[in-house]
Every structure is written in C-alpha cells, then in structure tokens.
Design a protein around this ligand. Sequence first.
Ligand code: GDP
Length: 295
Amino acid sequence: MAFEGLTDRLQDIFRKLRGKGKITEEDVKVAMREVRLALLEADVNFKVVKDFINRVKDRAVGQEVLQSLTPGQQIIKIVYDEMTELMGGKESKLNLGSKTPSVIMAVGLQGAGKTTTVAKLAKTLVKQGRRPLLVACDVYRPAAIKQLQVLGEQIGVPVFSMGQNNPVDIARASLHHAKSNNRDIVILDTAGRLHINEELMEELKNIKEAVNPDEILLVVDAMTGQDAVNVAEAFNNDLGLTGVILTKLDGDTRGGAALSVKAVTGCPIKYVGMGEKLDALEVFHPDRMASRILG
Ligand code: GDP
C-alpha cells in the first residue's frame, strides 16, 4: 500500500493530540517534530518539509486554535489543509488549447511507464468523446513502437509511426496525419533513456519547437521518491513542463514524490497511475490524496 508507513506514523501522532483536552504550545512543537521526522522518512524533500512544518506551526499555535474546544481536531485540519495546498490545492486539468489537433507531448525516463501511460491517457480522452492519435516517437527501440501499436489496438486508438525515422519529422508529420484523418488530439510517445542526457534533451527540445505542444507531461515513477523529483526538476528546467503524471501509486511508495514534486518544481501533478491496466489512470485530486495520506 502506498503511504502506509507515513499514514501509520501520522495517525499515531494525531491520536495523541486528539486525546488531550488542552494543548499547549509545547505539545504542538513536540507533535510537529514527530510529523517532521515522519515526512523525512517518507522521502519528502528536506526544504519542503521545513516550510510545511513552519506553516502548520504558525497556524496551530494561534490562540483561536489552542483555546478552542477541539484543539487536536483543529490542528489535524490545519495539517490536512496545508498538505492539500502543498500538492497544488485543487485539481489541475489538461489544457488542450484551441487549435486542432491539440498536442500532448509525453516525456520521461525509460521504465517510468510512459508508453503505458499515453495509452491510458488516450483511453481517458476517448471516453470524453475525443479522437486521439498516438504517435511513436521513441524510435530507438523497435520494441517500443510495437508496444504502442499493441496498446493502441487494445483501446481502439490509431497509432502513427514512421519506423525509425527522425522523431522530429515523425512528430511534424503526425500533425498532418491527424488533420487529414479527423483526429483532434495528438499524443506523442517520445524516447526515454535510462538517465537524463544532453542528447535526449536536445531531441525533446527540437520536437517541442517543431510541434508547439499544448501540454508537455512528464511521466515519473512514484516509487523512486526524491529521484522522481530531481528528474522533474531537470526536465522542467530544460523543457518547461506543464504537468506531471505520477505512475505506480498503487505500489508501496512512501509518498516523497507525491508530496514534493509540486512544491519543488511548480508543476502540478495532473494524473496518477494506479496499476498496469489501461483504465488505471486517475485525475489527481490534492485534497483526496491528503485525506488518503492522513488516513
Ligand atoms: P516506459 O519505458 O516509460 O515506456 O514504460 P512502460 O510503459 O513500458 O512501463 C514500464 C512498466 O511499468 C510496465 O510493466 C508497466 O505495466 C508498468 N506500469 C506503468 N504504469 C504503472 C502503474 O501505474 N502501476 C503499476 N503497478 N505499473 C505500471
């Protein structure tokens, strides 16, 4: 289960707070020290934790809270509010612009779940009455093209490929193909690498320039914790992301990526992957995620 360790820890801390009739400033400090440790152990970014704790503490030691009838309850509510805010506040919708076709460019490292995720996204868009076209821009591994074609067939979405041609040319050609085949959203599955390198970034920048995407979505594996956040920061600095899709949230991720990525990069999480099946993609709701983490 995702967040299990963090949720257990927080529930323990909150149980103690709730049990007290009267809460002093000192009690708040002690509780916040424990929350701080729990977040650090869940692999949340150090600076994010520090700011978070300070914000909660500032609000929690106010007279209205400590002298209220249910101080413990109110402090828990403050933690919930701040955690929701940390993850972006409200849900962040896809912004598909007004031109046709809209262009979504998916980027990410190999193994993050990019190819699976573009298929899931296409399926979601079909359900919304859209007509997506999947585009195989990952030309370095023939298996990747095949994988996309197989997924496309499963969900009934056409896949545009030009074999191992130049990905920039493929991306450009896919827009013409979409126009002449009445597809209204182009989703580019770009090449991943094991690590970020200049060659990869150069290629992605060239694709971006060629097709001017409405959305540049980074697909990252939530299981990799702070690494996911570092990857997001690097991609955002080089490419300018419009959002993040966090995959494998059905696994036993500790929570660091979900809680840090927005605060560190400024990019909202738009969707989360909740399994290998093609309908296991969910819109990311910061408030629901905070409820889930707090247990
Ligand atoms: P790519 O190299 O980034 O294109 O990654 P793939 O799409 O090939 O996915 C790599 C592996 O992660 C595959 O086995 C997927 O089934 C799996 N995967 C992708 N998303 C999720 C998810 O949300 N949850 C789980 N449990 N597995 C996922």
